[in-house]
Ligand binder design. Structure first.
Ligand code: GRF
Length: 203
């Protein structure tokens, strides 16, 4: 049972598919809320081990265990809803969520480009191929289109002449960690107001 003092703190569920360095940044930060659940679609996701090490409850909901995407989406939504989150954070969650999931929760996503440039799963590779000299990262609310919802925050990262996808992504991730912590903290504090495509930060 949560203590009386903790009931006013925002409850955060985090979805991960991979290594979970963004999750780790959230676990290490003072968010003004608590990461209460980490869910993955991939049983081997490094993010699950990070959650377990931090004593946070975990769940795995695999697409392969469900007859179709809507069934998986519903099972994922039920697993997340069990934690009664005020906020869901996609921190390197590599699957597209269906409308039933998206409508049910308030969701933030972190993406490794300056949206609307380079949406999708190959954002870093595409930025390099395009020859941009600046890319970066975006934290945005999730709507029913991929990498599309209202933007909470962005930070730029310079592309260096010798960058590979791996070196550029590592520098972007370092910036993502602080941007995501800042945006999730604002959400936990109830300070993000969405007006159309615009997100206002309230005092
Ligand atoms: C991050 O670059 C995030 O923007 C993207 O996937 C990556 C996840 O990295 N969606 P990690 O698992 O948090 O280390």
């Amino acid at each position: 049972m949560p203590s009386p003092a903790s009931t006013s703190r925002a409850r955060v569920a985090v979805l991960v598919s991979g290594g979970g360095t963004n999750l780790q940044a959230l676990l290490d930060a003072d968010l003004g809320g608590d990461v209460v659940l980490v869910v993955s679609d991939a049983p081997g996701a490094g993010g699950l081990a990070r959650a377990e090490a931090a004593g946070v409850e975990t769940a795995v909901v695999r697409l392969a265990d469900h007859p179709d995407r809507p069934a998986w989406d519903g099972a994922l939504a039920d697993a997340v809803a069990a934690a009664a989150p005020d906020l869901v954070v996609l921190a390197g969650f590599m699957r597209i969520l269906g409308p039933a999931f998206v409508r049910r929760f308030r969701i933030l996503n972190v993406h490794p480009s300056l949206l609307p440039a380079f949406a999708g799963t190959r954002a870093v590779e595409e930025a390099l191929a395009w020859g941009v000299t600046l890319t970066g990262c975006t934290v945005h609310f999730v709507d029913e289109e991929v990498d599309h919802g209202p933007i909470v925050g962005q930070e730029a990262v310079a592309v260096l002449p010798d960058d590979s996808p791996a070196t550029l992504h590592e520098r972007i991730k370092t910036v993502e960690h602080r941007l995501l912590v800042r945006c999730v903290t604002l959400a936990c504090q109830g300070r993000l107001a969405v007006r159309g495509r615009h997100v206002e930060i309230e005092p």
